[in-house]
Design a protein around this ligand. Structure first.
Ligand SMILES: [Zn+2]
Length: 77
């Protein structure tokens, strides 16, 4: 294998990695469409899949508002 061939493989690897990370980001945006906002305080979750956003709010209530039934708003994008 000469130097030119090695260089070619490095470029292919970098482009593949770049395409992969771009696809990953787009997938995140397609799936993470839900954000929950606490009904008791200013807390909002990150953009998450629906079930994870609900879990984040349930966890938040358990930690910050024990004894209060989880409520608040779900935002979509
Ligand atoms: Zn809260």
């Amino acid at each position: 294998m000469d130097n030119g061939t090695i260089c070619f493989f490095v470029v292919v690897g970098v482009v593949a990695l770049w395409l992969y990370s771009r696809g990953e980001k787009r997938r995140d945006e397609a799936v993470n469409k839900f954000k929950t906002r606490c009904g008791e305080c200013e807390f909002t979750s990150a953009w998450l899949p629906e079930s994870a956003a609900q879990e984040a709010m349930i966890d938040h209530y358990a930690a910050e508002h024990p004894g209060t039934p989880p409520g608040g708003l779900i935002q979509f994008r």
